[in-house]
Ligand binder design. Structure first.
Ligand code: PLP
Length: 375
């Protein structure tokens, strides 16, 4: 079986260093809010090109706490509109609604599957205060245009970079485009901890300081609480694991690009649509291939065919947020592009330990697939 992602193999690549780091933390007797966190925060900020990185408990909290901080700082108020792509992972949208802000869903661009800049522009109203730009599947949203629109309309920009560690456009990395950016280090992400973890990156010192308080009960100083915060901290042990793996991130991305290049150049099947506009992306380093997502009208048949032949695939994602029971009030809204994407997408195996031979086998199977009941 070729697994979608073999996490054990991923971490075994660095097991000596990971175990040494783990032992160092155990022996230190200090498990929360210490040197390991500080070191990783500095290294991750440097990696992204920002002044600050603030470790938090997970990617969802990173997004939630940025919006919360902007409320505390008077930049957002209950009911303000935040524009977000309709086809994102539900966490992006949860971050908005959890803060009593209004999520305004807009369709993606049919080629990149990232937010359509035209649809975004049309959705701006006098109540719009922020854009949540998601870099879906590892490809940067059209940040130059989004930042231009944001400037024109005085909007805040929060990046959801949970799938895009290291993705780069015009020499600027994910995490450094917007006013702030949320990252997830969930184990299966391109930079993954050995448990839950996340971070915010920003150049804004005031925001960074507010986030440091918010993640720790709203306390800047022990036992003094300026704002009602939460407990959302990045443990020393996870910070130590991440600091080991950060060193190898670019190397892993290079491997992902090599796999993606093979898929893009060799999968040839009239029933399969490959990710578009991404040959360019390879050159311009916009894409870090968190996921390799193809589209086909015969998605379920293709998935079954690959599985029967020993290839595991996943669907990102089967149900769009506006069709979820959690958002009943949106169930009657219509987003045809988003809905079609959710019916047609399939993610092929991808990762730093997938071999080129395995990729060749996936390619052969994709090429030999013929849907049933079609002439
Ligand atoms: C994974 C993910 C998140 C949430 O990250 P967690 O660490 O799982 O909370 C948010 N947005 C996107 C686009 C993601 O892929």
């Amino acid at each position: 079986m070729i697994p979608f992602l073999d996490l054990k193999k991923v971490n075994q690549q660095y097991q000596d260093e990971l175990k040494a780091a783990c032992n160092r933390v155990i022996d230190s007797g200090w498990y929360i809010g210490g040197q390991e966190l500080e070191k990783f925060e500095q290294n991750f900020a440097t990696y992204c090109g920002t002044k600050f990185a603030i470790g938090v408990a997970n990617g969802l909290d990173a997004l939630i706490l940025v919006l919360r901080a902007w409320k505390e700082l008077g930049k957002l108020q209950d009911g303000d509109e935040v524009i977000v792509p309709a086809n994102t992972y539900i966490a992006s949208i949860l971050a908005i609604t959890a803060n009593h802000l209004k999520a305004v869903l807009v369709e993606p661009d049919v080629n990149s599957l990232n937010i359509s800049v035209e649809a975004l522009e049309q959705a701006i109203t006098p109540h719009t205060k922020a854009i949540l730009a998601v870099h879906l599947y590892g490809q940067l949203a059209d940040m130059p245009k989004i930042m231009q629109l944001a400037q024109q309309h005085h909007l805040l920009v929060l990046e959801d970079s949970a799938q895009a560690h290291g993705a780069e456009m015009e020499g600027i990395r994910a995490g450094h485009w917007g006013d702030a950016s949320g990252f997830s280090f969930y184990p299966g992400k391109n930079l993954g901890a050995l448990g839950d973890a996340g971070a915010v990156t920003t150049n804004d010192a005031e925001l960074a300081s507010m986030l440091k308080a918010l993640r720790n009960y709203g306390s800047h100083e022990k036992y003094k609480n300026l704002v009602p915060g939460v407990n959302s901290r990045l443990d020393e042990i996870q910070a130590a694991m991440l600091d080991v793996k950060l060193k190898y991130l670019d190397q892993e991305t290079t491997h992902r690009r090599q796999i993606a290049n093979l898929y893009l150049s060799k999968i040839k099947n009239p029933y399969i649509t490959l990710p578009l506009s991404q040959i360019d992306a390879l050159e311009y380093k916009q894409h870090v291939w968190h996921l390799f997502v193809l589209q086909t009208e015969y998605r379920d048949q293709l998935q079954q065919y690959l599985l029967e032949n020993g290839v595991q695939t996943l669907i990102h994602y089967p149900i769009p947020p506006h069709k979820q029971q959690a958002y009943k009030e949106w169930n009657d809204l219509s987003f045809p592009v988003t809905e079609r994407i959710h019916q047609q997408v399939l993610s092929l195996p991808m990762g730093s330990t997938l071999t080129l031979d395995e990729a060749e086998k996936v390619i052969e199977l994709c090429n030999s697939f013929r849907p049933q009941g079609v002439h």
